[in-house]
Write a protein of this length. Structure first.
Lengths: 109, 116
C-alpha cells in the first residue's frame, strides 16, 4: 500500500533557527508530492508542490528518490510559521488521497 | 470569488440523530472529498467522488453516507451508526486532468460536530 509518513507529531524550534519537517513515502512509480499547511483558525491550504520547485514563504522541499523523502525545510523559522503541516501525494489508487499524520510546528520567540 | 463553502460551522447532534453537513464549490471541480480531522490522527478520508452520481468509500466510511446529485454539491450525512462522530470535518475539491487525479486540493473552512 502506498503510504506517507511524518514521523514527528510536534516540532518546536526557536525563532531564527532552521527547521526541517520530515516526510517519507513508500510507493513505486514517480511520486508527486505536496505540502499543505493549516494555520490557526484558517483553512487547510496548499503550501508547495515538488513539481513546481517553488519556494513559498521561504520553505523548500526536495524530492529525494533514493531516501524516498520529501522533507520541508526553512533556514530561518519565523513565529508566523507556527501551524500544522501535512505531507501528501496527490491522488493515487483510483483517487484516494493519503495524507501524512501531520506535524505541528511551534516557533518560539 | 471562487471557493468551497461548508456549513454550518458548528453542529450539534443528539443521540440517535442523523445530521447532514453541507459542502458547495463553485470552482467547477470534478472531484470532491470529505475528511475527518482528529487531534493526533491527521486527516482521514471518509468518501470521495470523481463524477456526479458516483462516489467511493474512503478509509473510514462506516457510519457515514454521501450523495453527489450535482457537480457543485457533496453533502455528508453522519448517521446514528457513527458511534464517535465528534470531530472536525473538512470538505475538499480538485480538478481532474486527462482522467488523472494529480491536482492539489482546495479545502473548505470545516464543520465542527459535537455530541449533545
Amino acid at each position: 500500500a502506498q503510504r506517507v509518513t511524518q514521523p514527528e507529531k510536534l516540532l518546536s524550534v526557536f525563532k531564527g533557527a532552521p527547521v526541517e519537517l520530515k516526510c517519507n513515502y513508500s510507493y513505486s512509480g514517480s511520486p508527486e508530492l505536496f505540502w499543505y499547511v493549516q494555520y490557526s483558525r484558517q483553512r487547510l491550504q496548499l503550501l508547495l508542490r515538488h513539481i513546481s520547485r517553488e519556494s513559498i514563504k521561504g520553505f523548500t522541499a526536495d524530492l529525494n528518490k533514493g531516501e524516498t523523502s520529501f522533507h520541508l525545510k526553512k533556514p530561518f523559522a519565523q513565529e508566523e510559521d507556527s501551524a500544522m503541516y501535512y505531507c501528501a501525494p496527490p491522488h493515487n489508487q483510483g483517487g484516494k488521497l493519503i495524507f501524512g499524520q501531520g506535524t505541528e510546528l511551534s516557533v518560539k520567540p | 470569488d471562487g471557493g468551497i463553502t461548508q456549513s454550518p460551522k458548528y453542529l450539534f447532534r443528539k443521540e440517535g440523530q442523523n445530521v447532514t453537513l453541507s459542502c458547495e464549490q463553485n470552482l467547477n471541480h470534478d472531484a470532491m472529498y470529505w475528511y475527518r480531522q482528529d487531534p493526533g490522527q491527521g486527516l482521514r478520508l471518509i468518501y470521495y467522488s470523481q463524477i456526479v452520481n458516483d462516489f467511493q468509500k474512503g478509509d473510514i466510511a462506516e457510519g457515514y453516507s454521501v450523495s453527489r446529485e450535482k457537480k457543485e454539491s457533496f453533502p455528508l450525512t453522519v448517521t446514528s451508526a457513527q458511534k464517535n462522530p465528534t470531530a472536525f470535518y473538512l470538505c475538499a475539491s480538485s480538478q481532474l486532468r486527462s482522467g488523472v487525479l494529480n491536482q492539489p486540493q482546495h479545502f473548505g473552512d470545516g464543520t465542527r460536530l459535537s455530541i449533545l
